[in-house]
Design a protein around this ligand. Structure first.
Ligand code: ADP
Length: 305
């Protein structure tokens, strides 16, 4: 991935983390631009958490370099205090710690007032509630509040919406968009393709420790997924070649089992629909196939194994 140095808030160069004989992170290089939501995707065990832990200065890389806001997160941890925010893992908070106490415990002098944070994250009524007595959604909101209360420039979120119901997941996505609007850089590890597509500006795909593909969700879908397809029974009296072969975005046109199959770019569906509507005869058996990020990811990972 290339991006000019002065716009990158995170720079990773040839980063390797070795355990025993295995490079769990294997010669990974990329940059994260200031203000973007950067997603890291990959199967379990791909090395995502190890990578982001190196970015946060929580693990020492075997070789290579990382800078965050121009500093080495391991050796210059103090200079980054408050400038980076990390989502804690569940095990990091004692069961009996109350919500208000947790926020005070992790606050830097620059932190937002506890009352404001509680209100912003819908936790005011839980100020004195012990961590273990919070619902899954409330625990997750507390983790996000802890990551953000010091107004960091970069925030690291790992499996953010794990265990949340669909409505709560969408709320969290909206919060991430809000962070982006406020200029915060977000690095997000996720398993969820819908999440990656909904909130990430760019994605890096990891497989067996290596960074195997990178780009915007639309880029990855365009490069690695099968094309968009639309098929239907050709209405009587229409010459399919005459009518559809010049559609913008069309790559292939074929007749199979009485149905016309068109494939090409995503815009093809709209153009084919418009042509049919224009002809005054819209078949009622139109089927479409839209390429997905999940399909792209399976293709990317499949190509590597
Ligand atoms: P992901 O987040 O993509 O699921 P991880 O970074 O958690 O992947 O793990 C990548 C690989 O590194 C896994 O095979 C895991 O077992 C191994 N691993 C992680 N931490 C350690 C450790 N402290 N010692 C040895 N192996 C580890």
């Amino acid at each position: 991935m290339t991006a000019s140095r002065d716009t990158n808030i995170i720079e990773v160069a040839n980063l390797t983390k070795r355990y025993g004989q295995t490079n769990v992170v294997d010669d990974v290089s990329f940059g994260v631009r200031r203000g973007e939501v950067f997603g890291i995707l990959g199967q379990n065990g791909a090395g995502k958490t190890t990578l982001v832990e190196c970015l946060q200065g929580l693990r020492r890389a075997t070789s290579g370099s990382v800078t965050v806001c121009g500093h080495d997160p391991l050796r210059e941890q103090k200079r980054l205090a408050g400038r980076i925010g990390s989502q804690l893992q569940e095990s990091a908070l004692p069961d009996r710690l109350r919500v208000g106490e947790a926020l005070r415990l992790f606050a830097t002098p620059n932190a937002l007032p506890v009352g404001d944070v509680l209100e912003q994250w819908g936790l005011s009524a839980q100020r004195k509630t012990a961590f273990a007595n919070l619902s899954g959604g409330q625990q997750q909101r507390l983790f996000i509040a802890l990551a953000l209360q010091n107004k960091p420039e970069v925030v690291f979120l790992d499996e953010l919406t794990q265990g949340l119901d669909p409505a709560a997941r969408r709320e969290v996505w909206e919060l991430i968009r809000e962070l982006r609007r406020g200029g915060t850089t977000v690095v997000l590890v996720t398993h969820f393709m819908d999440e990656a597509e909904a909130v990430c500006d760019r994605l890096a795909v990891m497989n067996a420790g290596s960074l195997v593909a990178a780009g915007s969700p639309a880029d990855l879908i365009g490069r690695y997924s099968s094309p968009t397809e639309i098929s239907f029974t050709v209405p009587e009296g229409i010459d399919p070649n005459g009518m559809f072969s010049t559609l913008p975005g069309l790559d292939k046109i074929a007749m199979r089992e009485g149905r016309l199959h068109l494939s090409g770019r995503r815009s093809l569906v709209a153009h084919a629909g418009a042509a049919l509507v224009g002809s005054g005869t819209v078949p009622d058996d139109i089927a479409t196939h839209e390429p997905t990020l999940e399909e792209a990811l399976l293709h990317i990972i499949g190509d590597q194994s």
